[in-house]
Structure formats: C-alpha cells, structure tokens
Design a protein around this ligand. Structure first.
Ligand code: ADP
Length: 277
C-alpha cells in the first residue's frame, strides 16, 4: 500500500473504506483533492480496465465516479477514482436513475467485452436469444466453476435440468429487450452524493433483461418497498415479473456459492427447486 501510494504521489487520508467485499479501498489525497483508490494484489490490470469500461457505459445515463488512472504496479492492480462524498437521498430518485439505465437499448444481449462478477469471470458473448444468453453465459459459466470447486452435486445437476425445462416451458416464448444493466445491483454498489443524487459504482455491465437488476436489488435487502413501487410506476415490468425474480437470483446465488462456499448451498437448492414456477 505504502509503495503504491508513493508511486501515485498520494497519501492515505483515513482508515480503509468498508462495504466492498472484493478489493482494498481507501480514501486518499494528493494534498489538494481527495480520491477513491481501489487496489488488488496479484491481479491483472484488465480487472480494473473492465470496471473503467463499465463505468464509462453507465456514465451515459447516471452519475458514476470519474476514473483518473488505472493499471498495475508490482503485480497489484489499482484504480484511482473521484472521491464522492456520501450524503442522503431517496428511493424514488434511485428508482428513477435505474430506469434511465434500463431505457438504453442494444440490438443483442451481451456486451462488447467479458468482465467480472466480483473476482469471477462474467462472459458476455452476444446473442439474439435472451434465455440462451442467460443459461449459457450466466448460469452455466458459474456451474462450471462450481463443478471445479466440488460444489455441484448430481442432485443439483438434476434439479438444474428440471429448472431449465420449466423456464423454457413457462417463459420461453415471451420476448424481452436487451437493455443496459448495472449487473451487480446490491445496496453496497449505490449511494447518494451530498446533493441527494444517486451514484452507481462497481458495475458488471452487460445488455440483458432489466429484471436481472431488480432481482439482485431484492436478494440481500437494503432497498425499500418504495424503490420497487417507484420503479414499477416509472418503467412497468412485463407481467409475471415477480415469478421471474428467483430465476435471476439464481445467478447471484451461484456466484456466492462459488465465492463464499456451501453457506449459500441451501439458498441455491431452494431456488433450483422453486425457480420459474
Ligand atoms: P469493491 O470493489 O471492493 O466491492 P466498491 O467499489 O463497491 O468496492 O466500493 C466499496 C464502497 O465504497 C461502496 O460500497 C461505496 O459505499 C464506497 N465508494 C465506492 N466508490 C466511491 C467513491 N468514488 N467515492 C466515495 N465512496 C465510494
């Protein structure tokens, strides 16, 4: 840390920032201006390049921190960003800002590059077919990782096959539009600036079905009912959206199974058994 700060001609301002799961994050200063510095040892520079690209994509619609410098120094990847002083805001404005992202369309599902979900790979091969994209690029990439980590049982494989059939049977003919997604929309990845404007950080962007962001927002708490009600008012979701949330939550639960282990196994099994019904 000390060496990296010297290299960047910065000083640490205070204690580490809590809230992030993945990287070390600090408020730092050059004596005049404050910055937000994230770094990760033993990580390629592409890791933060993906974040810079994602923030640039979101910037067209919502407030994100400016990115100043990124790269790697002695095997440590780093990203230096604008420090945004946190303040108070309301759930209605947050819903409004999220809906702005979800109004940006693309021709296909996917994204121009692969990126990361936490430290895990997120594959974004473009596709015209939402379910093909979601099963192949999202669920099955994580299932492959789970197999490699001995977290995927025969039982889970069977349940997954039933789950997939069910989703195709029930929702296979419904059509969805590819829209810009934050991609990791939990409460730790959004806050308000001192003017009350929502700020979006740490994205895992792609173009997909917008209910994926809504599903993530409802998985671990932190968003109030007012958020959901306002979103529904501003940009109503297609019928059956409540029944599709668990389908999309499965992706994030698999990611958690892969990162944190079997403590997420029961939730994965529950969603595999019920998802899409
Ligand atoms: P990680 O990649 O480790 O998850 P995040 O980018 O999510 O780290 O940042 C961790 C926390 O720091 C966030 O939850 C947010 O509260 C705060 N934060 C993120 N970016 C900024 C910023 N530019 N200015 C001020 N605080 C920030």
């Amino acid at each position: 840390m000390e060496e990296l700060l010297n290299y960047l001609h910065l000083q640490a301002k205070a204690v580490p920032i809590s809230g992030g799961d993945i990287n070390q994050a600090y408020r730092v200063t050059d004596g005049e201006k404050d910055y937000f510095l994230k770094y990760h040892p033993q990580m390629s520079a592409d890791f933060f390049q993906a974040e810079v690209d994602g923030l640039a994509e979101l910037k067209n619609a919502v407030r994100v921190p400016k990115t100043y410098q990124h790269g790697s120094f002695k095997d440590t990847a780093f990203l230096l960003m604008e420090w945004i002083e946190p303040g108070e805001g309301n759930q209605k404005d947050l819903a409004h800002e999220l809906s702005k992202l979800h109004k940006i369309n693309a021709l296909k599902f996917g994204y121009k590059r692969n990126n990361f979900m936490g430290l895990l790979p997120q594959v974004n091969q473009k596709s015209d077919d939402w379910w093909e994209f979601y099963f192949t690029n999202r669920l099955e990439v994580q299932i492959k990782i789970a197999k490699g980590r001995n977290r995927w049982t025969i039982e889970r494989e069977k349940e997954y096959s039933l789950f997939k059939d069910r989703v195709y049977q029930k929702w296979g003919t419904m059509s969805f539009e590819p829209t810009l997604l934050h991609g990791d929309f939990w409460s730790g990845n959004t806050f308000f600036d001192t003017q009350g404007q929502p700020v979006f950080v740490d994205p895992a962007v792609s173009y997909g079905h917008r209910e994926v962001d809504i599903a993530m927002s409802q998985l671990f708490g932190g968003f109030r009912q007012e958020f959901l009600d306002s979103y529904q008012e501003i940009l109503p979701m297609q019928s059956g959206w409540q029944d599709r949330l668990t389908i999309y939550q499965l992706y994030y639960l698999l990611v958690h199974l892969n990162i944190f282990g079997e403590s997420y196994g029961d939730s994965v099994d529950r969603v595999l058994a019920l998802g899409g019904k």
